[in-house]
Design a protein around this ligand. Structure first.
Ligand code: CA
Length: 224
């Protein structure tokens, strides 16, 4: 995991870098805002620790520019003690969490782990088997890079099949999944949705197998 540490106090930066390296993070250090801004445009980080009070370009400006570029990297801001205004401004500008100086190192590390976990979970909102992709947050599916036109029910069926790809999904489980959309679904209706979905995706490298009496299984089709 790559962390960008933006901190103008060399003693604090040095201490933090060493601690984070001991926890196996790769740490880059920027001691002023302009350098940080450049690094954020050139390189990809998994997390940014951003001091708000910096020379040349302050933390707020860096954050504003970062989010304007639609860069969603998690940002943990460091603020001066009791600087509520600073903290609020940072969070408003798109920081994910904050710590007030002075802080305990175990707390910093716990916050870092939490932010990285959250980012990981957000990424896994995308489900994929072969070239079939489903963005469960955006409710969009694509096959080989081409958007699929799916109804809400088809999307819902696809989501469950993808989450359990390679395993059998019963009609009851699908019916339960669909009942989240607010209605009772019969076994016949499930067959219809699966049939439609299968027709839409079978042009690609993924298939939905029917296992008589058991249910369905979505899997990648291998050329043989
Ligand atoms: Ca500072």
């Amino acid at each position: 995991m790559r962390i960008l540490l933006v901190e103008d106090d060399p003693v604090l930066a040095d201490g933090l870098t060493r601690i984070l390296q001991q926890s196996n993070y790769l740490v880059s250090w920027a001691s002023n805002g302009i350098h940080a801004d450049q690094l954020l445009q050139l390189e990809k980080f998994d997390l940014v620790i951003l001091d708000m009070g910096l020379p040349a370009m302050d933390g707020a400006q860096i954050l504003r520019r970062l989010r304007a570029r639609h860069n969603a990297v998690p940002v943990l801001i460091l603020t001066a003690q009791d600087s509520v205004a600073n903290r609020v401004q940072g969070l408003d500008l798109g920081a994910d969490d904050y710590l007030s100086k002075p802080f305990d190192l175990p707390e910093l590390e716990a916050r870092i782990r939490a932010l990285l976990r959250r980012a990981q979970a957000a990424r896994s909102a995308t489900l994929q088997v072969g070239s079939l992709l489903l963005d469960t947050l955006g409710h969009r599916a694509s096959l080989g890079g081409v958007a699929l036109e799916l109804s809400a029910r088809e999307l819902s069926v696809l989501e469950l099949l993808l989450r359990r790809s390679g395993r059998v999904v019963s009609k009851e489980q699908l019916s339960e999944q669909l009942s989240d959309l607010g209605e009772e679904i019969s076994g016949n209706a499930i067959e219809v949705y699966v049939h439609r979905l299968r027709k839409k995706i079978e042009v690609g490298d993924v298939t939905i197998r029917t296992l008589r009496g058991l249910g369905y299984m979505l899997e990648q089709r291998h050329a043989d």
